[in-house]
Ligand binder design. Structure first.
Ligand code: PGA
Length: 257
């Protein structure tokens, strides 16, 4: 059985002090959740503070981005080994905001996925179509390209360390989530791609999160779906109450799933 994973992507929000407050609240309120893997991805500047707060708890640390090189003259960048050393287990790769605003391509995303795995970090590989692409019937083309190119160098032994996040761009930060049916359709399609590449048994064990305007009111119906194994949450993850509610509701559903 796949253990669902809910990751809070704090994006460019929270000073260290605010991050400490938020992570303390989440730790206090979610200490007894075991059936969901909870991941917090604060900005780089708060990673070590949040790490100290969640040390020896059920909450895991993740980062939002990294470079693919191990070290060198790349001003302003962060290397995979630095994230590992600071205590990260996960790293978000290829988020649509990185693709749109910072010129990331399937090629750079693939390098990052491989570099993360080499460092024993689990990449959360983000894939998903833009509104125009959906309207033009290109959803499956775009998603398959993102998945296939992003996983080009990932072998059978490593794929289980990868989490895929299906995030339709039109649903991110817009308050307009994909319906559970729309999301399930694409999640099933992604699992099919994985099955073709790695075989059914392995693909049945890869976790695929949904992301895009997930909140406490829609998480239950999303996570009920067969191929939806959790969520990547932006806006609702930076308010303690909403993130806590969201994880608790998901946890209740997972007990029945
Ligand atoms: P959102 O962001 O929950 O604010 O839509 C999701 C994401 O970008 O990962």
């Amino acid at each position: 059985m796949r253990r669902p994973i809910i990751a809070g992507n704090w994006k460019m929000n929270k000073t260290s002090e605010e991050a400490i407050l938020l992570s303390n609240g989440i730790k206090r309120d979610l200490f007894d959740i075991q059936n969901i893997e909870i991941v917090l991805c604060p900005p780089f500047t708060s990673l070590s503070d949040v790490r100290d707060v969640i040390l020896d708890t059920n909450i895991i640390l993740g980062a939002q981005n990294m470079h693919w090189q191990a070290e060198g003259a790349f001003t302003g960048e962060i290397a995979p080994g630095m994230l590992k050393h600071i205590g990260c287990k996960y790293v978000i790769i290829g988020h649509s905001e990185r693709r749109i605003y910072f010129g990331e391509t399937n090629e750079t995303v693939e390098k990052k996925v491989r570099a993360a795995l080499k460092e024993n970090l689990s990449p959360i590989l983000c894939v998903g179509e833009k509104l125009k692409e959906r309207e033009n019937g290109k959803t499956f083309d775009v998603v398959s390209e993102h998945v296939e190119k992003g996983l080009l160098g990932v072998g059978e032994k490593e794929i289980l360390d990868v989490v895929i996040a299906y995030e339709p761009v039109w649903a991110i930060g817009t308050g307009k989530n994909a319906t559970p049916d729309q999301a399930q359709e694409v999640h099933k399609f992604i699992r099919g791609i994985l099955s073709d590449k790695y075989g059914k048994e392995i693909s049945d064990n890869v976790r695929i999160q949904y992301g895009g305007s997930v909140n406490p009111d829609n998480i239950a119906d999303l996570i009920k779906e067969k191929d939806i194994d959790g969520a990547l949450v932006g806006g609702a993850s930076i308010k303690e109450g909403s993130f806590v509610d969201l994880v608790k509701r998901a946890s209740d559903i997972v007990k029945e799933k």
